[in-house]
Design a protein around this ligand. Structure first.
Ligand code: AKG
Ligand code: FE2
Length: 335
């Protein structure tokens, strides 16, 4: 098994297996920002419009005044940091080659992307929906406090996702419960991404460019360390952290069911030479036997159906078979 980056040893040089080809390395970014949307705005219709515009143009936006308590955010971030600071013996028990074992801690391999290069990231994955409050092994046992804050964080991020999905359905004039049920009720996962200081951030990435394969992603960034970049009209823009804000992005499934109105957009994570960075990405998923198809209400004589109907399983095997290559994944489902 690949050795974790967070093994307690500092890294002096960047191994060859992380050095990306020239055209895939982080380069210039342009001076632009993704929209910031205030969810406390009492003008519901206005909020819906802003979300739709951001989803169409950027596939990404940040939300503030979302109603999630600062203490919950702070505590979850602290636990996430403490997890990666645990001695290696406490972390190794969660390491597994089995992709379906949760919680699962892993580092990257050269088999995850078409570049056959590793990325500068360790990742802890846990199931955040459904939460089984009877069993206590859904969340890691250490650090102490994980099993208290984990279920709370899982609940509030899910509520936030459902609130945003409702605003999207209102903006698109779909039934307000359109996204409830099988489109959002599948097993959902939170990734805690840990990017340690990298010996040469100009040669490597924390995550290579990808789109998320799920419905919608609720991402909590590090308060201070920037790292997320989003592709916009061929240029990369940095998503600078706003303390206590969440970044929201459209996954492939949301692009398909909105018939391409909302865009799933490529993004990546860069690293820092001096600072470690943590992000928590919560992926909302459809149920596994769900049939995904563009909403019928969005199709008429002026709006042709852009994507076929398909089974979620079929899509996921294409996505992972193409190693996250967006163009070939989306093309396979286009009409
Ligand atoms: O670390 C980040 O900000 C990006 C994380 C991400 O894109 C992911 O986990 O899919
Ligand atoms: Fe992502």
């Amino acid at each position: 098994m690949e050795e974790l980056l967070s093994n307690g040893v500092s890294h002096e040089t960047l191994p060859e297996s992380y050095i990306l080809p020239l055209d895939k390395r982080p380069g210039l970014i342009i001076n632009k920002t993704i929209p910031v949307i205030d969810l406390a705005d009492h003008n519901h219709a206005n909020t819906s419009i802003q979300i739709l515009q951001a989803g169409k143009e950027f596939g990404f936006f940040q939300v503030v005044n979302h109603g999630i308590k600062e203490e919950v955010i702070r505590e979850m971030k602290n636990i996430a940091k403490e997890f990666f600071q645990l001695p290696i013996e406490d972390k190794i028990v969660y390491c597994s080659e089995d992709l379906y074992k949760f919680p699962r801690l892993h580092t990257s391999t050269t088999r995850e992307n078409k570049l056959e290069k590793k990325v500068w990231r360790d990742c802890l994955k846990f199931v955040c929906h459904p939460v089984d409050l009877q069993s206590n092994d859904q969340f890691p046992q250490k650090p102490s406090g994980f099993r208290e804050i984990g279920p709370i964080y899982a609940k509030v991020t899910r509520e936030l996702a459902l609130k945003i999905l409702k605003l999207i359905s209102e903006g698109l004039k779909l039934d307000e419960n359109f996204f409830n049920g099988e489109l959002s009720d599948g097993t959902s996962i939170t990734n805690i991404n840990f990017y340690p200081p990298c010996p040469d951030p100009s040669l490597a990435l924390g995550l290579v460019s990808h789109c998320d394969p799920n419905l919608i992603t609720i991402l909590l960034q590090d308060d201070h360390v920037s790292g997320l970049q989003v592709l916009h009209n061929g240029d990369w823009i940095a998503v600078d952290p706003i303390p206590n804000a969440f970044v929201v992005n459209v996954g492939h499934i949301l692009e398909f069911v909105t018939n391409g109105i909302l865009k799933s957009v490529e993004h990546r994570a860069v690293t820092s030479s001096t600072l470690s960075r943590i992000s928590l990405a919560t992926f909302i998923n459809p149920v596994s036997d769900c049939v995904i198809a563009p909403a019928q209400q969005l199709i008429d004589e002026n709006n042709a159906q852009n994507f076929k109907a398909f089974k979620l399983k079929e899509f996921l095997s294409t996505y992972f078979g193409q190693l996250g290559d967006t163009a070939s994944t989306v093309n396979a489902f286009k009409i």
